[in-house]
Design a protein around this ligand. Sequence first.
Ligand code: ADP
Ligand code: ZN
Length: 705
Amino acid sequence: MNSELLHAKLKENFGFEKFRPNQETIITTILSGQDTLAIMPTGGGKSICFQLPALILPGITIVISPLIALMKDQVDSLKTNGISACYINSSQSSEEQQFYIDNLKSNKFKLVYIAPESLSYLDNIFSELTISLIAIDEAHCISSWGHDFRPAYTNLGYLKNRFPSTPVLALTATADKATRTDITKQLNLKNPKTFVASFDRKNLSLEVRPALDRVKQIIDFIENKPNESGIIYCLSRKTTEELAEKLSKSGILAKAYHAGLDNTTRAKTQDQFINDDCQVVCATIAFGMGIDKSNVRWVIHYNLPKNIEGYYQEIGRAGRDGLPAETILFESYADVIQLQKFASDGLNADVQLAKLERMKQYADALSCRRKILLSYFGELVDENCGNCDICKKPPTFFDGTILAQKALSAIKRLQESEPLAVIVDFLRGSKNAYIYEKNYQTLKTYGIGADISWYDWNQYLIQLINLGYCEIAFHQHNKILLTPFAKKVLFEGEKVKLTTVVKKVIDKNEIKQEKAKAAKNSLFETLRKLRYEIAQEEEVPAYVIFSDASLRQMEILRPMTDEDFLAVEGVGKAKLEKYGQDFINAIIEFHRNKSVKKEKKENTYKKTLELFQNGFSVEEIAGKRNLGETTIISHLAKLYVDGHDIDLSQFVSEDEIAKIEKAQIELARPEALRPYYEYFEEKMSYDKIRFGLASIERKYNKSVL
Ligand code: ADP
Ligand code: ZN
């Protein structure tokens, strides 16, 4: 089948214009009858690789999937696209199962999803079915090397023997070689063509922050995005519960999820999250595998993950729809200490410790984080990514030799017997009970670092540890020891380069602006609500109706005809028929309301202008119209910008305008008036500033024309 036809099928059935990397070649390979192994990152678009061939091939496609919840989701999704599919698993009654089996025999379905444990249901009717393709999702479950081993997967090899000429497609997001070999061997794949898609997920931003005050940082972050779903991964069950409670107290819809909760509670939380009824899930790594939710907009790691594989899989749950999504990892030394203990006490201690070390190196990186991640998965890239915190704000170095000397000699004075926090207290000359109890205040160098904040000392010490001048004795109460390299700094004049500590300050203005952007009255919000209502009615997750990416496109393209609506990504024939009219109506309605509002606004300006032209003062107009004087002034300023004949000289002088223009440049054109007011030390009134800016804007508009 040629590429043009494949694209047409993709658009018609799934509403997508383009294939994601490797999708088309994988599909072509399958259609040629060849066994295939597809390795793609989470969110890479694996499902299309068997769903599209299923529509093209004559018979039925069997999809082996390990997760019951996922099957329902995928089948719902297919149905909204008008594709006949069903699943068979243990959640159904035997009548239901029989119903689907009968219908399979009469070729009613193009795809059937089935758990490996339930395959035996099909055994008896195999000879009556035309099986065109066997897709094995999450194929790494076959391997006992991996983390999701499922014994029933190891029996799947018989499928290839039984249907030697039916192509088998194995799919996974786990890339390591041992697992790959295992899959090929155990599934009896015949010379499979292997495709490894890039693991780069460009739409995920990467950021690491020190963990101090992390709850507050998280609350600030979430308050900034009131309607966006996100996951917070925590190390312990207890943390998930405590954090969920703290967030709830701040008015955020958050729930805990971990393996210790009963099934009903877990299923409920998962459902609420999927259906956009719960904004945030605070979870252990038990959460996520069974979730296809495409509009998870952010993932936070409250604790350092154990290894990079886990970390990457977890952040991969954000932004599957391809829209920008944010990830933040909080790094704390306490976590490193705890994880190191876990790893060294567990199985394969050496391997686990080495993996943890790589994870820590990633978190402490001073160069592009994405490069580090991808190189871990064997991908080498030349360019820095531009979408990680390091790329966005490269660290600046300074000569930290004196700081290092102070810190290292403090460690020595304390006889290498104290943990990090005590060293910082000692350096800062803190007068706390512990210091006095130990009589540390009498030692030389006590308080020599009082000019540096607690936070900064903490960070500098961590840098010194990372640079190898000192280390933590994990099994001895985490006291800090000097390494042989410390000598070089203390006695041999070695220079130490440190990086400036940047504390992420949350700009309240930024928050307000963002909040305004997410405002309730945007078209996106209107469409989101409509999507939610339809989803409730149809009892499917909202993203099954349309992805966030589709809604964003509707917001930009504002389709008002069927034809335009079809041009939106994610809109195929079936979705156009089912939902087109509702969404188009909502868009038209939104426009109408907006123009009514605009008209109202224009009218109010017109009234002010008339009164002004009839010689009334600002105060008088405000009185007549029952509006504030500030409102009238803002009307006049706007009218002036729009070219109406208003004499500004009675409000602001040329000299003042010149000053305001200068301020505008120096302040880098702030949106608000307050920065100007402060710039002039409260000596220039808000009214003057407003008129001054109007004058500049009109002048500028003219010169642009
Ligand atoms: P995976 O199973 O690899 O994690 P999915 O098959 O669930 O990924 O796809 C992830 C998301 O990407 C889904 O929302 C899907 O609709 C979307 N998607 C898949 N292929 C395309 C494409 N070619 N164009 C746009 N979106 C796509
Ligand atoms: Zn980068």
